[in-house]
Design a protein around this ligand. Structure first.
Ligand code: ADP
Length: 489
């Protein structure tokens, strides 16, 4: 991974500034725009079309036309071939996409490049599955033949957050395309650029017009109109719990299925027989990767009391080596995405300080950085278990440590919140770890590693962390409807 520094001039070509609908960039029907900000400089990067119901209607009609027309005529194998072509084209253009992402959301270029590589892998996985989604035959006896056909659900809506703008587009659009659906994407207002460029790339490699459309804009305007549109037949959302609830209620009005991946306050449980070096290494990436703006971050460290001190020492030592700076400088942590997010994290830190929590490392803005939404990697202990710091998703580079005595207490702490996205266990005793894996209430349990699993492994939450699973083959099934065909002989 290259650590070289970049400059704005390295981005060849213009930034996209309009919706991408039916194979072309289009300004908003009402000609309105909104600004997207570079969080490293706090300056406006560019203005982008601000979509509302009229723009959504145009995009959904385009997707609906493609669904009934050109896209339906293409064989599953050919869909896969187009998707492989898309992955190749994206790989060849990786640096441009990565720089756009870095300017828009602030992450170091090496992280953005890693994201683009992940997107290529996602597209290829789903491309390979496009012609392998098979139905079943059902034994009804000698007088019948009965079988199922898996059919695309139709036009799908993809409401995307800002932490992995391109990654989240690909995570749901790639399986939708593999299933034979068409897509309308509403990227987050903080980070619309790579989604727009992605739709353009789909068009360039030969996807029929209308198969992939992107409408930029705000959630309450473009997002809500997209969810409510009568021709949308499936919704995928990743974002906050509060917005997930609103989207689910909106989807319910139209009796539409929705896949929701919401927040997490994910416990990393470190038992006293764990490999502490490994755990402290993983906790750095787990808690501070993407500046902690990750649903599955290891934001909650549950430490068995007799190793807690040593673990925190090691973690703080690792954290001291991390560089914080503008995404183009390509250090370890970039800024948070927006002023709103920066203020939110600062207020959690202030409330923790006021309640007597101890900053083991970091705790605020790095002294050397006067502009930009930067927060140091922060490790906090002596946290009250009932406090917001210990219970709420902060979505910043903040790891909160709590100490437990017996393993049962760790399970109680881990399961004690509304969230249930990921739980992790570190122990050299695999039976102990397995037992915990059974007891932990989460969509994923990771043992002796963090961020385990790629595009092949399903992910999603239980409880407040969401409904449904993405990635893997279950990720494609979200976009397929079962049709049963029965024949009397
Ligand atoms: P955050 O609060 O962290 O900015 P959200 O969960 O609110 O994140 O936003 C994630 C995505 O959901 C964004 O694309 C946003 O525009 C969109 N969104 C927000 N509110 C709504 C809504 N009422 N209907 C549809 N989409 C929405």
């Amino acid at each position: 991974m290259s650590d070289r520094r970049y400059s704005r001039a390295d981005l060849k070509g213009p930034l996209p500034d309009a919706h991408f609908i039916y194979g072309a960039y289009r300004h908003a029907a009402a000609r309105e725009t909104f600004a997207t900000v570079d969080p490293s400089t706090e300056e406006t990067l560019t203005s982008v079309a601000r979509g509302r119901a009229a723009d959504i209607d145009l995009a959904v009609e385009a997707a609906h036309g493609a669904q009934r027309g050109d896209w339906r005529q293409i064989t599953p194998a050919e869909r896969g071939r187009l998707m492989f072509k898309l992955a190749d084209a994206l790989e060849a253009d990786a640096e441009r996409f990565a720089l756009m992402e870095t300017l828009d959301v602030g992450k170091p270029v090496k992280e953005s490049l890693g994201d683009v590589r992940g997107v290529c892998a996602t597209i290829r996985y789903n491309a390979g599955a496009a012609d392998k989604m098979e139905g079943t035959t059902i034994p009804l006896g000698p007088s019948f033949i009965d079988f199922t056909m898996l059919e695309p659900v139709g036009v799908t809506a993809h409401i995307v957050p800002w932490n992995y703008p391109l990654g989240m587009v690909a995570r749901s659009v790639a399986p939708a395309l593999a299933a034979g659906c068409t897509a309308v994407v509403k990227p987050a207002e903080q980070s619309p650029l790579t989604a727009l460029a992605f739709a353009e790339l789909c068009h360039k490699v030969g996807f029929p017009k209308g198969v992939v459309n992107v409408v930029a804009g705000y959630g309450e305007e473009a997002g809500a109109a997209l969810v409510a549109h009568p021709k949308v037949r499936g919704i995928t959302f990743t974002g906050s719990v509060a917005t997930g609830r609103k989207i689910y209620m909106n989807a319910a009005q139209g009796l539409k299925p929705a896949v929701l991946e919401l927040g997490g306050k994910n416990p990393m449980i470190v038992l006293d027989d764990a490999d502490l070096e490994r755990a402290a290494f993983d906790a750095i990436d787990g808690a501070f990767g993407n500046s902690g703006q990750v649903c599955s971050s290891s934001s909650r460290l549950l430490l068995q009391h007799n190793i807690a001190e040593e673990f925190l020492e090691r973690l703080a030592e690792n954290a001291r080596k991390l560089g914080v700076g503008p995404g183009l400088d390509n250090l370890d942590l970039g800024p948070l995405v927006s002023k709103e997010q920066y203020d939110k994290v600062q207020s959690y830190l202030a409330s923790g300080r006021a309640a007597g929590a101890r900053m083991r490392h970091g705790g605020g803005r790095p002294a050397a950085l006067a502009r930009g939404y930067f927060i140091e990697p922060t490790i906090i202990d002596h946290v009250d278990a009932g406090s917001a710091l210990a219970r709420e998703e902060i979505f910043g580079p903040v790891a909160v440590a709590q100490v437990f005595d017996k393993v049962e207490e760790a399970v109680e702490l881990a399961n004690g919140l509304g969230y249930g996205l990921v739980s992790g266990v570190y122990s050299r005793d695999i039976s102990r770890a397995f037992k915990l894996a059974r007891d932990l209430e989460a969509g994923s349990v990771w043992i002796n590693g963090w961020f385990i699993g790629g595009v092949q492994a399903p992910t999603g939450g239980i409880k407040d962390s969401g409904i449904g699973r993405e990635r893997g083959l279950p990720g494609i099934r979200n976009y397929l409807s079962i049709k049963n065909v029965g024949i009397r002989l």
